[in-house]
Design a protein around this ligand. Structure first.
Ligand code: HEC
Ligand code: HEC
Length: 455
């Protein structure tokens, strides 16, 4: 498999270096994940292991693949038990559809989507983190095992907003507001709710392998260079190191490592206690007395496998890099400053998985938090992130989002049905960039979108 991929890689580079009369530009980056890049463009594009993974790694990856798709059940069960008492879904894959995004609720009352609600009340908690909502914790679990009351149900309402391009074309954007209905007890006063849809999980090992130094070099908290764009790391609690580290994963970069992210997902989304988080998330709640036991629901190896899976999932190569519209779109992407946050290029540093080390990658993120304005605000601070800040989303693979899951949408709460809508929601530090997009002539607008679809 490895050899075939490498031959493909060589062809790609050759093809894109041909110089037609019309253009002489050589696209700068084709192999989005360096030597780890794969070349699938279909619905399974996010399901391949790193192209350069050795046999041992491949074996482990496929073992991890099975467990990522495994549906867990409630205890007592001989294998894959321990879900709940409260949970959101019974497998990782049920939210991260084909390792891509989950869908938002498809109809009023849909409780089985890839969207969840993070909860807290005002104040600063342990290690500068959130203060969990009394009776509900840090996340609404909208499902429960037999005989236990779930915490409540997710409900949504929407308000439309119209945006106009300079050529008169109008786009209707819908802003969702999520709330909790049928709570098992009264909701606490001043409850803060942050809706989050399941993001894709490919390429996380490469993002983990970007050095702290490279991320910090891009931070500009006080906007010293005066470009209107600041950018700061989220400093979050690292459970294993027992200290603050740069947050990398999740829409607000709340988790420092793939392992802690996986452990948190197992814990909060599925109610699987583990060595990172040995206490059940609903402990102490009156609906949570059943089914608690002393032992962790899953062992250390299971958590490490969950982590290894996203660490070793490959990113697909950029496509159509020789098309004039893609080439022009890339220029526009740079010229209207999308690239100041969606940083095109990094070289990875050290990582325990050697396939990830020293790769020239094109993730289109700076891994930093940016104020995105009131339109996108969740008004729920967490660690160093305030209520308007979000981590720059990596754009690699974004063009395949709806090939992988036709129901997938964009942005942290999945409010944008298209990439175009996602851009139009940009505000705050990205306001100037968004306005330049809104003022582009139609063909340039389309070229920019063609570029994004090539990623
Ligand atoms: C109920 C739906 C749901 C389930 C089940 C679920 N996730 Fe997630 N996952 C999410 C959401 C939502 C986020 C974003 C969280 C945030 O922003 O804080 C996320 C984030 C992630 C990320 C970070 C991705 C990134 O780009 O930063 C990883 C990795 C991940 N989940 C792995 C897992 C694993 C492993 C499991 C199973 C143990 C799992 N998830 C189960 C919804 C889910
Ligand atoms: C100030 C930094 C910044 C700038 C400038 C910026 N973005 Fe973003 N972008 C972000 C952040 C942060 C998010 C995540 C917002 C959210 O989910 O609420 C995002 C999200 C996106 C998404 C959706 C990603 C996803 O996974 O759903 C797309 C597409 C996108 N940006 C494209 C662009 C384009 C094109 C431009 C230039 C017109 C641009 N961005 C300029 C920071 C920026």
């Amino acid at each position: 498999m490895y050899k075939i991929f490498m031959v493909f890689g060589a062809l790609f580079v050759l093809a894109s270096c041909q110089e037609d009369e019309g253009f002489i530009e050589t696209p700068e980056v084709i192999l989005s994940g360096g030597e780890t890049t794969i070349f699938s463009t279909g619905p399974d594009a996010f399901t391949f292991p790193l192209a350069n993974l050795e046999q041992d790694g491949l074996d482990r990856h496929f073992e991890a693949d099975a467990i990522f798709g495994q549906q867990f059940v409630s205890a007592p069960a001989i294998k894959f038990g321990g879900i709940g008492p409260l949970f959101n879904q019974n497998s990782c894959e049920s939210c991260h559809t084909r390792n891509g995004r989950g869908a938002i609720p498809q109809f009023e009352g849909d409780q089985s989507s890839g969207l969840l609600l993070r909860l807290s009340i005002p104040g600063t908690g342990l290690h500068n983190g959130i203060v969990p909502a009394p009776g509900f914790g840090g996340q609404l679990q909208n499902k429960a095992i037999f005989g236990v009351a779930s915490e409540g149900k997710i409900s949504k309402s929407e308000v439309d907003k119209i945006v106009q391009y300079v050529d008169g074309v109008e786009i209707v954007l819908s802003k969702p507001t999520y709330s909790i209905i049928e709570p098992y007890m009264a909701l606490p006063a001043e409850l803060m709710i942050s809706p989050r849809v399941a993001p894709p999980v490919h390429g996380l090992g490469l993002l983990e392998a970007i050095s702290d130094m490279d991320i910090l070099a891009l931070a500009d908290e006080t906007d010293a260079n005066g470009d209107g764009i600041s950018g700061k790391p989220n400093m979050v609690w690292d459970v294993l190191k027992q200290g603050m580290e740069i947050g990398r994963f999740g829409w607000k970069a709340e988790q420092p490592t793939a392992a802690q992210q996986a452990a948190d997902a197992a814990h909060n989304d599925m109610g699987l206690t583990n060595f990172f988080f040995p206490n059940n998330p609903c402990e102490g709640q009156e609906n949570c007395e059943e089914g608690l036991q002393d032992e962790n629901d899953v062992d250390e190896e299971t958590i490490n496998l969950f982590a290894f899976y996203s660490q070793t999932l490959a990113v697909p190569s950029q496509r159509n890099t020789d098309q004039p519209e893609v080439i022009n779109g890339r220029k526009i992407f740079n010229s209207i400053n999308c690239s100041s946050c969606h940083v095109p290029e990094f070289t990875t540093g050290a990582h325990e998985i050697t396939a990830l080390v020293n790769q020239k990658i094109a993730p289109f993120t700076d891994m930093l938090l940016h104020d995105m304005g009131e339109g996108l605000a969740d008004n729920r601070p967490t660690f160093s992130a305030n209520g308007q800040e979000w981590r720059t989303s990596p754009l690699w693979g974004i063009g395949l989002t709806q090939v992988v899951n036709p129901k997938a949408t964009f942005l942290h709460d999945g409010r944008a049905k298209t990439i175009e809508e996602a851009i139009l929601w940009h505000g705050g530090e990205a306001e100037a960039s968004k306005e330049q997009f809104r003022k582009l002539k139609k063909s340039d607008r389309e070229d920019l979108l063609a570029f994004l679809k090539s990623l």
